[in-house]
Design a binder for this molecule. Sequence first.
Ligand code: C5J
Length: 232
Amino acid sequence: MSIESTQALALKARPFAYLFQPERTALVIIDMQRDFVEPGGFGESLGNDVALLRAIIPETQAVLQAWRDVGGFVVHTREAHRPDLGDCPPAKRERGNPRLRIGDVGPMGRILIAGEPGNQIIPELQPVAGELVIDKPGKGAFYATGLHEMLQSHGISHLIFMGVTTEVCVQTSMREANDRGYDCLLLEDCTESYFPAYKAATLEMVRAQGALVGWTASGAQLRAALAPHKPE
Ligand code: C5J
C-alpha cells in the first residue's frame, strides 16, 4: 500500500479538500462501547433512543475494513473509569439526576467502569491485534491518556474521527487534537448523537470559518480515496 509511500491523498471534503498521507494518519473510533450503543445500556437508561446511534454501524464497519485493508493505524477509545472511581471527579458523577450514575450497577454491569460488559466495544467493531485501545476518564481522548505521546511515537499528524456521541466525546477529542496540531477529519455518517440537531450543529461548527476545527466528509468519500491503494 501507499502506507509505505509518502504520496498525499486528496479527499473530497468540506469546507475544502482534506490532504493526508495514510501512513501519517490514524483512524480514531470514539466510544463505540455497548453502554452507549446497545439497548439496556447507560445511554438508554438516560432516556435515549440507541437505534439512532446503531444506524452508523454498517458504514463505520465499512470504513474500518477499508482502513485495515490499506494497513492504516487504528485507535479505539472507551469512556472508562477505574473500579474505585479514583479517576472520576465527583462533579462528573454527581451532576444531574440520572437513574444510574457512573459506577452504579446497570443491566450490563457497573456503568462506565473498565472491564464491565457494558464498557466493551461492540462486537461489530472489535479491535484486532495491533490496534490501540485507550481507556479515557474524560470526554476527550487526550485527557489523562498519553494518546498524544503514542501518536507522536508513530509519526501521526492527521486524525480521522468516527464514533459517538458527536457533540460530546467526538467533538471534545477533535478540539483537543486540533490544539495539539493534528489535522482532523470527521466522517459525517460514521458519527451520531442522541440529538440530531446537536450532530448537525457540531458538523457545521467543526468546518466553519475555513476548517477552524477540521474537515467533514462521508465514509464513502474516504473509502473511494483509499480504494486504489488496496493491495491485490
Ligand atoms: C457521553 C460520549 N455522551 N462518549 N459520552 O457522555 O460522548
